[in-house]
Design a protein around this ligand. Structure first.
Ligand SMILES: *Cc1c(COP(=O)(O)O)cnc(C)c1O
Length: 377
């Protein structure tokens, strides 16, 4: 083809989303629930779907889903907005409040899609830093907001990939600093919020420029369905409704989200069991010589092996960054034993780090045995 259409200049250098989807027996790399949804839920869902007139468009406002979620969260229904995964929620927020000439502030290291979706929507990205233990204190947030004066600030609590839960003081500092600088929107991504001891949800009101986003992809065992939502001031929800495509949320998705709420107690039980399992995992990992395990308030754990601890010699680039090499080598060795974890070893700020999702006890045992075999030969 001679004359191809030209990609937007600002997208030329953009890399896509990279997380290897490898077919191995133990997949602990994307933080989903290790359990499928309850069988009774699947039966109720397919039953209702079978009776739906599929030639008709879905309810554009997803009103039944919104009402159900609102009730379960003790919020007014006009503070709920739903979309195809919380990533679409974030994209809609950026389409409405970001764009050319505007900036989004992220605190690295954090969820890569906050910066990525900002760039896709032509929103500038500015960075603040977490400390070496990946903590974010209120003063650091205030300084970064005063310096960059962003239109949007992203927090992620518990933070992916570090697992750290931001304190109420940190969230309040962000809201205060935005207010002092003439306004701006705080987005708290709580994809793992069900695991945390507190939620920014309690600060949402029509008088505060705060959005809390959540997802059905993790605790709710429905990553395949693609459903996320946010709780926000009602005026902000009105703005998102203007921007999002009509009929974006399919009928199967809307029904799934609404029906799933009947299994809330069972999901709460799963959260408790996963937290228990995480504690078991952390205890065994901490016993491995040279291992650093970061504190987590989520269903995953970030860890870093000691330098040169991975046994086998390093092939290339040895010595250039031994910390990163140790992590890279361990990731490869785990994969060789059929265990896939997420590799952050060569990312800036997380040198040598890997992230493991809490799985079933059997999956976690397979991971722990592999880890111990590699690092304690
Ligand atoms: C997994 C994850 C999400 C979920 O995205 P969906 O589009 O809802 O699947 C959002 N934010 C963070 C930080 C995540 O880790």
């Amino acid at each position: 083809m001679g004359n191809r259409p030209r990609l937007r200049d600002d997208l030329r250098e953009l890399a896509g989303y990279h997380s290897p989807q490898v077919d191995v027996s133990v997949r602990l790399n994307t933080n989903e629930s290790p359990y499928s949804p309850p069988a009774e839920f699947v039966a109720a869902w397919t039953d209702e779907l079978a009776r739906f007139p599929l030639h008709r468009y879905p309810d554009r406002g997803a009103n039944a889903l919104r009402a159900g979620l609102a009730e379960s969260l003790d919020q007014p229904a006009n503070r709920l907005f739903c979309a195809n995964g919380s990533n679409e929620v974030l994209q809609t927020i950026l389409l409405a409040y970001g764009g050319p000439g505007r900036r989004a502030l992220v605190f690295e290291p954090t969820y890569a899609l906050h910066a990525h979706i900002s760039r896709i929507t032509a929103t500038g990205v500015v960075e603040g830093e977490r400390d070496t233990a990946f903590r974010l204190d209120p003063d650091a947030v205030t300084v970064a907001i005063d310096e960059h004066r962003p239109e949007i600030v992203f927090l992620c609590s518990p933070n992916n990939p570090t697992g750290i839960v931001d304190s109420p003081a940190t969230v309040r500092a962000a809201l205060d600093a935005l207010d002092r600088n003439g306004g701006g929107l705080l987005v708290v991504d709580e994809a793992y919020g069900e695991f945390a001891p507190w939620s920014a949800l309690e600060l949402v009101s029509d008088d505060v420029a705060l959005v809390v986003s959540r997802t059905y992809s993790k605790v709710w065992s429905m990553a395949a369905v693609r459903l996320g939502f946010c709780i926000a001031p009602s005026w902000l929800v009105d703005d998102l409704d203007k921007v999002v495509l009509p009929y974006h949320l399919s009928v199967p998705t809307q029904i799934a989200g609404r029906l799933a709420l009947r299994w809330r107690d069972e999901m709460a039980g799963r959260v408790e069991a996963l937290v228990h399992e995480r504690q078991r995992l952390v205890a065994r990992m901490e016993a491995v010589p040279g291992m650093t395990v970061f504190e987590s308030g989520a269903n995953f754990v970030l860890f870093r092996p000691g330098i040169g601890s991975a046994g086998a010699p390093l092939n290339e680039a040895s010595g250039a960054n031994p910390v990163a090499d140790a992590g890279q080598h361990l990731w490869e060795a785990l994969l060789g034993k059929g265990v896939l974890v997420r590799n952050f070893a060569r990312w800036p700020r997380t040198d040598g780090c890997l992230r493991v999702t809490v799985g079933t006890p059997e999956e976690d045992d397979a991971f722990l045995s592999a880890l111990e075999e590699i690092l304690e030969p």
